[in-house]
Design a protein around this ligand. Structure first.
Ligand code: THU
Length: 136
């Protein structure tokens, strides 16, 4: 699947956001190695900290369904669903990506201009903690 096709699915997912507190809607589309795509949106909470980001929603849906092998994720976000700048993944989401993905996992982001920025997980999360250090 091409990056712009994956981003189109992220934009569609953004419309599912539950973001009554911030108004910032996020959509994500996660591409599995077998070609399956999982979409996610942010789901906020009145107590704020239970909020789940769009990226993690997509990951958790996929993992629940038995996927462990991922290729790329497209992410977009904006106030009331209007994209005016890049939505880069938060630190918690980067660490969740690291749980399941290697350094070459690809992250696509858009600022709404039509252009797509591409980064690897290694670029966005250098010197990451993978858990291999404490595997029994
Ligand atoms: N958010 C995401 O869904 N993904 C990110 O990577 C950044 C932040 C959400 C969390 C919250 O619902 C809203 O954006 C504002 O922070």
């Amino acid at each position: 699947m091409k990056p712009d096709e994956l981003m189109q699915l992220a934009k569609e997912a953004m419309g599912h956001a539950y973001a009554p507190y911030s108004g910032f809607q996020v959509g994500a589309a996660l591409l599995c190695a077998d070609g399956t795509v999982y979409q996610g949106c942010n789901i906020e909470n009145a107590a704020y900290s239970p909020t789940n980001c769009g990226e993690r929603t997509a990951f958790f849906k996929a993992v629940y369904d038995g996927h462990r092998d991922f290729t790329a994720i497209a992410i977009c976000g904006g106030m009331k669903g209007v994209i005016t700048g890049l939505c880069t993944p938060c630190g918690v989401c980067r660490q969740v990506m690291r749980e399941f993905c290697g350094s070459d996992f690809t992250i696509y982001m858009t600022d709404g201009s039509g252009a797509i920025q591409t980064r690897t997980l290694a670029e966005l999360l250098p010197m990451s903690f993978s858990g291999e250090e404490h595997l029994l």
